[in-house]
Design a protein around this ligand. Sequence first.
Ligand SMILES: [Zn+2]
Length: 439
Amino acid sequence: MPTPPALRDDAPSSGVVLSGAAVLTMDPADRKLDGVDIRIVGHRIAAIGDAGTVSHPGDTVIDCRDTLITPGLVNTHTHACAGMFRGLTEDLPRSAWREAYAVPRQERFQPEDYRLSTRASACEFLLNGVTCIADRWGGVPELPDELEASGIRAVFGYTLTDQKAPADWRTVDRLIERWGTSAEHRISVGIAPHAPDTCSDELLRACADRAAQLGCRVFLHLAQSRYEVESLRTRGYAGAVACMEANGLATPSTVAAHCIYLTDAEIEDWGRHGISVAHCPASNLKIEARTVPIHRLLGKAAVGIGTDWAASDNAMDMLAETRLAAMIGKREADDPEALPIATMLRCATIDGARALGLDSVIGSIEVGKRADLVVFDLTHLEANPRHDLAANLLYAMSARCVRDVMVDGRFLVRGCRLDHDLDALRRDLARRAAVWRAA
Ligand SMILES: [Zn+2]
């Protein structure tokens, strides 16, 4: 019987030292450090200290002066395998999505296309400084294999629905057996019902029970369309949250993506259950021309940021997404003081990790945590002058400032380069796109 991969904690004694950097720790005190060294041994951060004070003989010391190091960005809701959909559904009316969230002729895409898309998206995420994703899809159980091979950290949810056929628990059980649900595993799985309107109450309840038994997260789309909420009303629920409460899903262990059709009362009462929120502003704006006022949810629940799928948020760029969340959030609040920089950067890192149940492992730069880090190159003009590096990061810098990316103590991006044949990926994407376009 296959077992989840063993924890590779056979830490070597020599380490890697990122030397002389500015650091946004996202630790509980939200410390901002300057001119410090971070020592990494094996998969973990072993020490943080003044430059020159933490390295040991035999360590590899990497010059990180003129850089800003942050925790890796955490994407709390995406569908990496839908990268092939980029550009296929633009400027559509809301009604286009009513029947199912599908792109035209989606049936032409084969499992190999979804695997290819996952490979490409993982590369794109890493190059953009995203080190962890909450990914989900149904029908292609091999996708976690692609994520594992890419080096990224991921919680994968195999989408369950019982709208047209019984829910595929057999595949979910196989994935749980293969990957496990532990936060300590770089790849793990959660339970992923599609949405309250595409799952029966029985299925939602079964998901809640299974997740409670495993101690893992439940991922679903919630209040993502007017149609969804209307259909819940025909089932006797006052709204989306009432459905969650009735089926045992109104807890912080549920990660609800979107939440754009909540009622005023639901938002007001959010602290009563603390359902975690994956806020996907670009996707919400493009599909529904609305968003959720997260300034009213912060403090009541963990709020993370998500890029959703490429059909509606064409970019896989968490920095851009977080900036949009800050901007549109100020508009929602009608208050320029709302959603300050530190709050938004925490949503993109430690609070996102908290939403996913991974905050004891990643999301901040602290001794003992896994080394999931991004090194931003501050020699780019947009990173200067350096009055306020956090402000530069959120409001001026872009993914092109990403110099190095480390996941689990391993460099996946070095000097802006990923160890992957991107030309071959591009060619494969073009070849498969031609198959989709063919008459
Ligand atoms: Zn989604």
